[in-house]
Design a protein around this ligand. Structure first.
Ligand code: SAH
Length: 344
């Protein structure tokens, strides 16, 4: 019989589990506090729980933190973490310090099935979804590597995989991140990034989780988007921006649109002007991501003046646009560079 991963359960569900094992409900709250506040993963070491309860629980459940197989520091201070799950599947997470922030970039799937032409993860195909507990396991695993006093302040769902294609696990992991008895993050500090699955965006809107949303737009015409993002064939380009207008954001926040700049493909001033028109009426900000290269890719990064010219068009139209120089490029941890051998 496989063990229950306690990281799959919300604190309220830990209470129900405790009850089903013959204990009072508050044992569930004690469990949550051991796991999330104290960072203890060995059930037998949870010393204020009765010995018998610990034994019964340990026979059925575990705190499933994946093994940290590799940790690669970058020149810029970010770190790539490679986690390995029980079945041998591996994912990467990235820790990125920036001034007083420490952002953790999470993976939601082993590989990705969307095959965006410019993305290295896309060349892996989709191996499998991660469970909520496996996603949260990356947070606990990353937290365990931090120096005393250091704290993860922000979480972005921008690692391997498409969060909204693994909907239930993504939503549950967000609930675990934000539950005050679990990880206790403010939803304002969490960003979910998507290729633009309209039905997923609409479903997520109804959950009212108040997290930030980022849309990987990357093109302004169906012709170009169809070519670089096969997912676009199922959607007209305006679909995602339209769904965004109805998305309940945290107070005063803006919707983020990511736009990877590919030389000669989507980087002309005319593309920038079309982008302005496409986002009309949306409280948007745009992250321009100069393409990060990987071996075998058919794209290249536009020269700096071209990147800045693109940004200028947006700024002239009053749109907030920043150029995001990805972190961890030297260690293959930048946007779109995450790829890992799948099994042992
Ligand atoms: N599947 C989700 C989550 C991944 S986020 C999504 O697509 O939004 C990773 C971001 O990096 C996405 O915006 C992705 O399009 C972008 N990206 C992928 N490959 C890249 C590359 N080679 N250079 C720069 N950005 C890239």
């Amino acid at each position: 019989m496989s063990l229950i991963n306690l990281l799959d359960l919300l604190p309220s569900e830990l209470e129900t589990l405790a009850e089903s094992l013959g204990g009072p409900r508050y044992r569930g709250r004690q469990l949550a506090s051991w796991i999330y506040a104290k960072g203890v993963t060995d059930i037998r070491a949870m010393s204020d729980l009765p010995r018998e309860f610990r034994e019964t629980l340990a026979a059925r459940a575990e705190v499933g933190v994946p093994e940290l197989e590799r940790r690669t520091p970058s020149q810029d201070g970010s770190q790539k973490l490679v986690f390995r799950y029980r079945d041998g599947a591996r994912v990467q997470s990235v820790l990125m310090p920036d001034d007083d922030r420490l952002t953790l970039c999470l993976s939601t799937q082993v590989g990705c099935g969307f095959s965006c032409a410019f993305c290295f993860t896309g060349t892996m195909g989709l191996e499998r979804n991660l469970g909520a507990g496996e996603i949260i396991g990356q947070v606990l695993g990353a937290r365990a590597t931090l120096a005393p006093g250091a704290r993860i302040t922000h979480v972005v769902y921008m690692g391997m995989g498409e969060p909204l294609a693994n909907y239930a696990a993504t939503v549950k992991s967000i609930k675990l991140l934000t539950d005050p008895q679990a990880l206790g993050f403010s939803p304002r500090r969490i960003t979910v990034s998507t290729v633009g699955l309209v039905s997923g965006i609409e479903k997520l809107a109804k959950e009212n989780l108040r997290v930030n949303l980022a849309i990987s737009l990357h093109a302004t015409s169906n012709e170009i988007r169809d070519r670089i993002m096969p997912v676009n064939k199922g959607f007209a380009i305006g679909g995602a921006p339209a769904a965004c207008k109805r998305f309940p954001l945290p107070f005063r926040q803006r919707m983020t649109f990511e736009y990877v700049l590919l030389e000669g493909v989507n980087d002309a001033p005319e593309d920038a002007r079309r982008l302005v028109r496409l986002l009309k009426g949306i409280r948007a900000k745009i992250n321009l991501i100069p393409f990060n290269d990987w071996e075998g890719s058919e794209f290249s990064r536009p020269p700096l003046p071209r990147i800045l010219a693109f940004q200028s068009v947006l700024l002239e139209h009053g749109i907030r646009a920043t150029v995001r120089w990805s972190k961890g490029e030297d260690i293959g941890a930048a946007c779109g560079q995450l790829r890992e051998a799948v099994t042992v």
